[in-house]
Design a protein around this ligand. Sequence first.
Ligand code: ADP
Ligand code: MG
Length: 695
Amino acid sequence: MLRLDEPVSFIQGATPSVRRAWETLGIKTISDLFEAMPRRYDDYSKIVPIRQAQTGEVVTIRGQIVKCVKLPTFRKRFQIIRATIRDETGTIAANFFNQVWLMDELVPGRDVFVSGKITTHPRYGKGLIGPLWEPAGGEAVIAGKLAPVYGLAGTLVQKTYRRLVRYALEHVEEIPEILQADTLTHQQLVPRANAFAFIHTPKDMAEAETGRRRLAFEELLAYQLALRSAQQEAVQAGAPIIPFDERFAKRFVASLPFTLTPDQKRAVWVALQDMAKDHPMRRLLQGDVGSGKTVVAAFLAAHVARAGWSAALLAPTDILARQHAVTWQRFLAPHQIPMILVTRTDKRWFLGREERQLSNAELEDLVAQGHVITIGTHAILEPHRLPKDLALAIVDEQHRFGVEQREALTVAVRQDGRVPHFLSMTATPIPRSLALTFYGDLDVSPLREKPPGRVPVKTFLCVGEERERAYEVIRQTAARHERAFVVCALIDPSDALGVRSATEEWKRLRQGPLAGLRVGLLHGRLKPVEKEETMGQFVNGELDVLVTTAVIEVGVDVPEATVMAIEGAERFGLAQLHQFRGRVGRSTMPSQCFLMTDTEGEAIERLKIVARVNDGLALAEEDLKRRGSGDLLGTAQSGHELFQAARLSDLALMTAAREEAERMLAVGAIHELPLQQFPYWQERVRELRETSHLE
Ligand code: ADP
Ligand code: MG
C-alpha cells in the first residue's frame, strides 16, 4: 500500500524519466500527485455507433479490428499504421503515425475502444487520426469517460500520467480527513478520498467539479490561515508611528495645482490617522480610472518623508514608474523632498527642480542614508534598494503584483523589525470577498467622484468598415492638437487569429487611413530608452497617434489624449477595456472610445455592455460572472501557482474558508498556540509561508 507522504517513486511503473518530469512540475509525493489538478478534461464519454460519428466530433467507438496494415508513404522514417474497425453499423479507419508496434496489438478480431476526434482528411478520408485506444472488455480507462488532461514535462505523456495516477489511487492507504466533519456538511464538501478520485477519474463533469470544489476549499483555507497568522505577527511587531503634522498637511494642500475632491481629502485624512498608530496600516485606495489616486499617494509619502522616514512606490511598468516620478516631482518640489527613481535601466535623483542620473554606488549610499522617497519597478525589490527606515510602502495597480512582491515591500525590510504601513491603489474594483481573500483584513478608501469638469467618455462599437468613423475622428482630433491611442492585442503578425498586431497596424495606418499624421509605435518589446523616447514624444505632442499594446493599460496619464481606439476589442476582458478607456477623458475636453472588431455574436454583446456601462465596478462584476471556469486565481492574481483548484468565481467558498480560518485560529488563541490543535494545517501553512511569502 502507498502512503500519501511517500515519494512518487513508490508507484509501480514510475520510471526515472517520469519522476524527473513530475519533479519539474513540483510533484514529489503521492499527495502532490493527487493535488495536482488536470488542466481540463477531454470528453470521451460519448460512445457512438460508427455510422453516427460526425466529422469534428470527439467520440469513442467500440468495435472489432478487421485488419491492420502499414501504408506506403513517400517519406523516409514516416509510417502510417491503419486499423480498420467494424461495428454493426459500419467501418471506420484509425490512423496512427510511426507506431509500428501497434501492428502486434491491433490484431484482427480484437475488440477495442478508440477515442478521438472524427476528421475528414483529403488523403486519408474519414476516420480518426492518432486516437487513444484500449482493449474493450476489461475496465476502460478512457473509453466512455472524461479523460483528465495534465500539464506535462519532459518525455511524460498523458497516457502514462493517467495510468500512474490511477495506479496510485487504487493502491493508496486510507486517506485521512483533514477537515472537521461539520465543515464538510456545512459546505457540502466531499471527503478528501472521494475528491481525489473525482478529480482524476471522474464519471462526468459534475463529479470533476465536486472534487475541484473540495480541493479549492483546502487551498483557500491554507491561504487564509497563512495570511491571517502572518498578519497577527505583523500587528504584534508594530509599525513606525508617523505623527500627524497639521501645518505641513495644510501647506501641501495649498501647494497643489488643484483642489482635492472630498473623497481625496477623506482618503488622505483617514490614512494619516492610521499611520499615527503603532500598528501597520493596510489600506486599499480604490478609485475608477482617472479618479485621482496619485495625488493621495504622493501626499501620504510626502507626509512620511516630512516626518523623517522613507516611503516607496512600486509601479508595474517602467513607463508608469517614470510617469509617476515626473508627476510626484511636481507635487514634491515646493517642499524640497528628495526622491529617487529606480528601474532596471534607469537610476535618477530628483530634488526640487533638479534631476540627475545616479551611479549604482550613489544609489546605494542614498538608500543607506534613508529619509527618501523611492519610486520604481520590481527593481526596487533587489537587495539594498529599500531603505531600512521604510515607513510606507505603496503599490500602484496592485492586481499586477503577487503576494510575493507585497511581502518583499513590507516584511523584514526594517532594521527594528517593525512593519511599514501599506497602501494599495487600484482601479479594479475587487468584490469584497475577493479582497478579503487576497489581503485579509484590509480597509478600503473609495474615490467615488471624479475631479470636477470631467466629461464622460463616449464609447462606440465599430464593426468592420465602421472603423472609418474612428479614423475620421482621429484625423479631426489631430487637427485640434489632441491625441489618440490605437491599442492592438498582439505585437507580431498572427493572421491565423485575425488579430491586427500593433506593428502591422502601425504600418497600415501610416500608409492608409492616418497618412499624414505623426504616428508612433510603442510596445513592451522595445528597449526601455526607445519606449521612453516614444512616450515622451506622445506626451509632448510630437506624435498625434500612438499605436500600442496592453502596455498602456494602466496608469498612463496624458490629459491631451481624447481618443482611444481598441483594435480587436473582443480579445480583451471587460474590465481591461474599461482600463484602456480610462486613458482618455482625463481632462475637461470631451473624449471618445472606439471598440473595433470583426467578430459577431456573443462577443458583440460583451462589447455592447462596455459601450453602455461606464462604471468600472459594474463591469468588473459582469466580467466575473461571465468568465466562469478556467480563469485560475493562481495565474490571474499572483503570477504563480498558489491556487490550482480555486477560481475567481468561487466567491462563496472564499467566504467560507475565511470563516473557517478565523474559527481555527481562535481555538489556538485561547492558549496562544496558533493551530496547535490542527497539526496537518500547521505544517501545510508553514510550507506555504516558506514558499510563497505572505504578509
Ligand atoms: P488615477 O486614479 O487613474 O491614477 P490620476 O491620479 O492619474 O488618476 O489622476 C488623473 C488626472 O486627474 C491627473 O491628470 C491629475 O492631475 C488630475 N487630478 C487629480 N485630482 C484632481 C483634482 N482634485 N482636481 C483636478 N484634477 C485632478
Ligand atoms: Mg494611476
